[in-house]
Write a protein that binds this ligand. Structure first.
Ligand code: FRU
Length: 498
């Protein structure tokens, strides 16, 4: 049975989508169909396609009562919208169907697990959102909420854990056939923890253990956990709120954190070994992964930062897009990310330059190097026989008024993404700096542009910096700056528009 609330959303999105102007939207990143989008949800390979759901408020380009939008793809770059999958239409989720995940049941049905939100009115006039975990079962298009919902509520929480911060389940089936799920939670110390629950049939759940504790090390509440094996290690991804900066690794506000360690399946024990940020740019949050049939572990995040949602195009009726799907691996104990290899099929018109001298120049332009749908690889090195250069920059999405840039200072080994001149009228952060590995000014960058975003892969995926910008598409120049002498190899492709 499809509720009226869901029927209304489905009708609305189909009509509203017609107002979209394709040339102003990303070509190969999933953007919202209409209205607002945040976290990716329920990433699963099901019936020969990758299903992506997302936090969705179809009616306005601002956060509101959360639905689950829905899209499918085979290459994870070209997405076909399906009708909205969930709407806030029952007493236990009447104020929102928050983030969650999915799996394929042994009988072939698609199981979604999400956070149901119900606003509780307090006598002093304040209200708080009570959060519980709920299920819906479907066929890849229509989903029926489980009659036993909610399947986890405050009575399942360990002592001291908040019933207002209990969300974002990620579930999976273990090799022994039983199920586990992990959720974000806030313990009595006010920071974050990850809880683990277990089930024999994926419908009846009980508390198992506290899988990981923040203990106020990385921000406060931990949202949106994902937990998976990768190259002989186990990775716990979380998105902490209220971070304080730590050197150049973690920055203020909402962040992302990868805890890399080992997992003892027998006792469900996770042992942390290392930690790192997931993305070092500005717009990246709430990543989730999917295991593709060929064994690749691919991550997609919301390409946005809660604190900078005011950077947008006010004329557009949509707001929100996902990052590129990124293939994950562990190298030298670190999480590496590469653009999904299917992107290579979109490459057109190769342009190559070798040994370009970029020396004390404000804006070196190269024939054939421009555009807003671009895959650009740069290999930088110092000029032989000259002092180490002081600064190199590539400026893009550029015209007389606008530019976005990536700059590198080899003496400090600092890479900076800067969108200060990218049309923003708000006093929010526009720049972010990251320390990168570079020996004597040698650096490899791959820059992917998709109309309103830049994803900068450093040293073959050792780090990534992501930022969005909503400038006029006619601002499409690319130029190179150097203070000192740089030698540069460059390969550039246009990326196909749908
Ligand atoms: C993260 C988040 C989740 C929550 C959802 C609500 O961005 O705050 O914790 O489920 O967004 O839309």
């Amino acid at each position: 049975m499809i509720s009226q609330v869901l029927r209304d959303a489905r009708k609305y999105e189909e009509i509203a989508e017609k107002q979209n102007i394709a040339e102003e939207r990303p070509a190969f990143h999933l953007a919202v169909r209409t209205g607002w989008l945040n976290d990716p949800n329920g990433l699963t390979w099901y019936q020969g396609k990758c299903h992506m759901f997302y936090q969705y408020h179809p009616y306005e380009p601002v956060w509101g009562p959360m639905h689950w939008g829905h899209a499918v793809s085979t290459d994870l770059l070209h997405w076909e919208y399906l009708p909205a999958a969930l709407a806030p239409d029952l007493p236990y989720d009447t104020d929102g169907c928050f983030s969650g995940n999915a799996l394929v049941l042994p009988d072939g049905r698609h199981l979604l697990m999400y956070t149901g939100v119900r606003r509780e009115q307090h006598s002093d006039g304040h209200h708080r959102d009570v959060q519980t975990q709920c299920l819906a079962v479907g066929d890849g298009i229509d989903y029926e909420k489980y009659e036993g919902n909610p399947v986890l509520d405050e009575s399942d929480l360990p002592e001291g854990s908040s019933r207002f911060d209990f969300r974002d389940p990620k579930l999976w089936q273990k090799a022994d056939g039983t199920y586990r799920c992990v959720t974000g939670s806030r313990p009595a110390d006010g920071s974050g923890q990850i809880l683990m629950f277990e089930s024999e049939d994926a419908f009846h759940w009980r508390f198992k253990k506290v899988l990981a504790k923040n203990e106020n090390r990385f921000g406060k509440m931990w949202e949106c956990p994902d937990f998976f094996p990768l190259d002989g290690k186990q990775v716990l991804l979380v998105s902490p709120q209220d971070m304080l900066p730590q050197d150049f690794e973690y920055h203020n506000g909402n962040g992302t954190l990868a805890l890399i360690g080992s997992y003892d399946e027998e006792t469900d024990t996770f042992t942390e070994e290392r930690n790192q940020a997931v993305d070092y740019g500005i717009d990246f949050y709430a990543p989730q992964t999917v295991l593709l049939p060929d064994g690749r572990r691919v991550m997609i995040a919301w390409m946005q930062n809660w604190d900078t949602c005011t950077l947008r195009n006010p004329d557009q009726k949509w707001f929100g897009q996902m990052t590129l799907p990124r293939e994950l691996s562990i190298r030298n104990g670190r999480l590496y990310q590469k653009p999904i290899r299917e992107l290579e099929a979109l490459r057109r018109n190769r342009v190559e330059y070798r040994d370009v001298s970029v020396k004390d120049v404000e804006a070196l332009a190269l024939d054939g190097v421009s555009g807003r749908l671009v895959d650009l690889e740069l290999m930088l090195r110092p000029e032989e026989g000259e002092a180490l250069y002081r600064k190199f920059a590539v400026r893009f999405a550029q015209n007389e008024q606008y530019q976005t840039s990536v700059s590198f200072r080899p003496l400090e080994s600092i890479l900076k993404v800067d969108r200060k001149f990218s049309g923003s009228r708000r006093a929010i952060i526009h720049q972010r700096r990251s320390r990168v590995h570079s020996e004597g000014g040698v650096l490899k960058l791959r820059l992917i542009l998709d109309r309103c975003s830049a994803e900068i892969f450093v040293n073959d995926g050792e780090q990534v910096l992501t930022a969005t910008f909503y400038t006029d598409q006619a601002a499409d120049r690319i130029s190179f700056f150097a203070d000192g002498a740089v030698r540069m190899d460059l390969v550039k492709y246009e990326l196909a528009d749908r």
